[in-house]
Design a protein around this ligand. Structure first.
Ligand code: GLV
Ligand code: MN
Ligand code: MN
Length: 410
């Protein structure tokens, strides 16, 4: 039965890239990601889908419609993870989509529009500091220079990693789909926050997705002896970074919907008794309102410059990615709400703080998202959890939403 099958696949997929310290790590273009994609290709075939991989490594499973030339209804998510992430972020959206289409096939349901399940390559951006690679490629916005500008921890560019994985970076343009080719994109995802839990609801309807801005800060000062250099003479970039970080956390509280996170920080060369010569840290800033995010960004940058000036530190800030917030389409929200009602769930509308591939696909088609309750709102952590019942409730809402769209009723 569907619920058990969905859960079994989720748990099986969760073993791919499982870490001894807890959690799952599957970076793009690695053996773990390949293994996960191959496992999912097997599920797609069992579900009766025709499977192909595009030039970006996106895996696409297709269920034909009565009118093969009708625009496709697309669903899906991603299989890559953050370091030591959970079993549900991305994986649930892919497996719920396959489950929905397998159930349509088992019930012998015919639809006018074809339906495709997409597994998007590198949604998280964990490896190259530049996310949503597969969906950017599909939206036609991934440029050749993006593939050489971003590097992983070992200095490998996206293009080099693609080549190692058997893909040809020069052909990335072939992954682009034409506007009009996709009727709608609907993704199911765990909520990663506590709104549904507080309302005691298994599922919800997403109103829009907050936009991530990722910046890389580099502060250069003067390395020196930790014991022999007096405090007054130092140009210590970490002392400046500490003040910048404090300002980031304080200032962001003045913006009611903004969040800011420093998730990676390194001091170079990294010795207990060495004043660092250089400090690098990342900043992730988000808001559902782009103007508010821009205002916060400019306050953070101007204060960072002041602080570095006062410490005699050279500051360089590089933009890794700047993604605009994306509203969900009212007609798709209505279709999801209707599916919720049909299944007896109050259709609560809530925003997404996390980023998703739909943010790229808005260039091609209307987007919608179904959220499923997350335990304690925890995600990007081994503690991520959604019950089998809630997973299946979400998959059922997805089934009815896709069916309505593919039959041309919504
Ligand atoms: C992906 O999960 C993101 O929001 O960064
Ligand atoms: Mn995700
Ligand atoms: Mn994620």
């Amino acid at each position: 039965m569907g619920k058990d099958r969905l859960w079994r696949r989720l748990m099986e997929l969760g073993t791919v890239g499982a870490q001894s310290g807890g959690g799952v790590t599957r970076f793009s273009f690695t053996a773990e990601e390949r293994w996960a994609k191959d496992l999912v290709i097997g599920y797609m075939k069992k579900a009766g889908l025709a499977v192909r991989e595009d030039a970006a490594g996106n895996v696409i499973g297709r269920r034909e419609g009565g009118d093969p030339s009708a625009p496709v209804v697309m669903t899906g998510s991603h299989l890559d993870t953050v370091p030591q992430g959970g079993k549900f972020d991305g994986a649930l959206g892919v497996l719920a989509a396959i489950e929905a289409l397998q159930q349509m096939n088992e019930a012998g349901v015919a639809t006018r529009h074809p339906i495709e399940v997409a597994v998007f390559t590198d949604e998280e951006g964990a490896r190259f500091g530049f996310g949503m690679l597969g969906s950017r490629a599909m939206a036609g916005t991934l440029r050749a220079e993006d593939l050489t500008a971003h590097r992983d921890e070992h200095g490998l560019t996206i293009a080099q990693a693609m080549t190692q994985a058997g893909l040809d970076p020069a052909r990335i343009g072939e992954a682009a789909r034409r506007p009009g080719e996709i009727r709608a994109y609907v993704e199911l995802h765990i909520e990663q926050a506590t709104v549904l839990e507080r309302h005691n609801l298994p599922v919800g309807v997403v109103s829009g997705i907050a936009g991530p801005l990722w910046l890389q800060f580099r502060l250069r000062g003067e390395a020196g002896h930790a014991g022999a250099t007096p405090m007054c003479g130092r140009r210590d970039p970490l002392a400046a970074a500490a003040r910048i970080l404090t300002h980031i956390y304080d200032e962001t509280r003045n913006f009611p919907n903004a969040v800011a996170t420093v998730g990676k920080i390194h001091a170079f060369p990294g010795g207990i008794n060495v004043i660092p010569g250089e400090v690098a840290f990342t900043l992730d800033v988000r808001d559902i309102d782009e103007a508010a995010r821009n205002a916060l960004e400019s306050r953070l940058l101007s204060r960072a410059e002041e602080i570095c000036g006062a410490h005699g530190i050279d500051l360089e800030v590089a933009e890794l990615q700047r993604v605009a917030p994306a509203p969900c389409a009212p007609e798709l929200m209505a279709a999801i709400e209707q599916a919720c009602r049909k299944l007896g769930h109050a259709p609560l509308v809530l925003p997404s703080g996390a980023g998703h591939d739909g943010m790229q696909l808005v260039r091609l088609c209307p987007i919608g998202m179904i959220f499923v309750r997350s335990r304690n709102g925890i995600s990007h952590s081994p503690e991520e959890w959604t019950s089998p019942e809630d997973c299946f409730a979400g998959a059922s809402v997805l089934y009815h939403t896709l069916l309505a769209l593919a039959e041309g009723r919504a």
